[in-house]
Ligand binder design. Structure first.
Ligand code: ATP
Ligand code: MG
Length: 309
């Protein structure tokens, strides 16, 4: 395989998505969903899959259980051309899984962590990661086994000459400190959503959050759902509107935005072009179930990206 554009270390699991269930869930009742999808889930795996679908050369190190769910998730990622040669299998351990109850506006998200949180520093082939041009990590706060050494991991990737990016996603403990503060000095591109940006900056509004975060990270990119995305670099501010689409579900829109943004970033595109492509990919993701189903259809993807672009 030729030189990797990007190496990703992180989690993998399937998403089981049920549509049309009541928002109130009484116990001891048979509640019927109107639709169901079993699809590739997890921020890191969705990003890896969609980046490869866009044409980036992607290497992904992750850990799964030696079970049907783990196998199925890996098959899905491999189908888009991601290099999985350094994947670690945890004998006897169960893979994680996420159950999503997608309601009209909001959703219940129920996760069994399993091997999602089990990736360790010792599991990583550092030479392989460092052979890429760029290193990315998603779901920082789910990486419980790896977490204490994440700052060192980013530091090593920077020392090896890679550019780096981080999408923390939510902090289930709502602390937003420790490993995050220690990692930020080695992050080139930070990719939170609006709520996460305010949480990590301990700010009540987005403007204050952007000022504070851009003092720590060279490029801060904030995803704003149906309002698109905004970014700050070198004191300059850029904003790009979302693309109008018929939304099936928003699962993985943030990860798909990351895929589009990083795909262009790695080709040396300027910040407005990266934002525009991120918005395109985020919107495209919402047109089908889950985070990767839209990107499985190469012809539809090319048509959407060309037409909307
Ligand atoms: N309803 C929508 N219409 C058009 N584009 C959307 C919509 N929702 C999301 N997007 C696109 O996807 C991007 C990411 O969405 P969002 O802001 O929800 O990220 P996120 O909260 O990180 O998502 P995730 O739950 O996947 O982590 C947005 O910046 C936008 O470009
Ligand atoms: Mg997100």
């Amino acid at each position: 395989m030729s030189k990797l554009d990007i190496a990703i270390a992180g989690e993998i699991n399937l998403d089981l998505i049920l549509y049309g269930l009541p928002e109130q869930l009484p116990t001891e009742r048979e509640l019927l969903a109107s639709g169901f999808s079993m699809t590739l889930g997890s921020s890191s795996a969705i990003l890896a899959h969609n980046l490869a679908a866009l044409g980036s050369r992607v290497g992904f190190i992750t850990k799964t259980g030696d079970d049907a769910c783990g196998n199925m998730a890996l098959v899905r990622v491999a189908a888009s051309g991601v290099d999985l040669s350094r994947v670690v299998r945890a004998e006897g351990a169960a893979s994680g899984v996420t159950l999503i109850l997608q309601h009209e506006r909001e959703r219940h998200i129920l996760t069994y962590l399993g091997t999602i949180a089990a990736l360790r520093f010792e599991d990583l082939d550092l030479a392989y990661l460092a052979s890429a041009r760029h290193f990315h990590m998603s779901s920082l706060f789910l990486q419980r086994a790896l977490s204490p050494r994440v700052p060192e991991l980013f530091q090593r990737m920077k020392a090896a000459g890679l550019t780096t990016s981080l999408d923390t996603n939510d902090d289930p403990d709502d602390r937003w400190d420790g490993v995050l503060e220690q990692t930020l000095p080695y992050v080139d591109v930070l990719l939170p959503n609006e709520r996460e940006a305010m949480k990590m900056a301990r700010a009540d509004d987005l403007e204050t959050a952007l000022v504070r975060l851009s003092e720590k990270v060279k490029t801060v990119v904030v995803k704003m759902g149906s309002r698109g995305a905004t970014a700050v670099r070198g004191g300059q501010r850029f904003t790009a509107p979302a693309v109008k689409v018929r939304v099936v579900d928003p699962v993985g829109a943030g990860d798909s935005f990351d895929a589009g943004f990083l795909h262009q970033f790695l080709r040396g595109a300027d910040l407005p072009a990266c934002l525009t492509y991120g918005n395109l990919c985020g919107a495209f993701s919402t047109t089908a179930c889950g985070g990767t189903e839209a990107f499985c259809d190469q012809a539809a993807m090319r048509a959407f990206l060309a037409h909307a672009g």
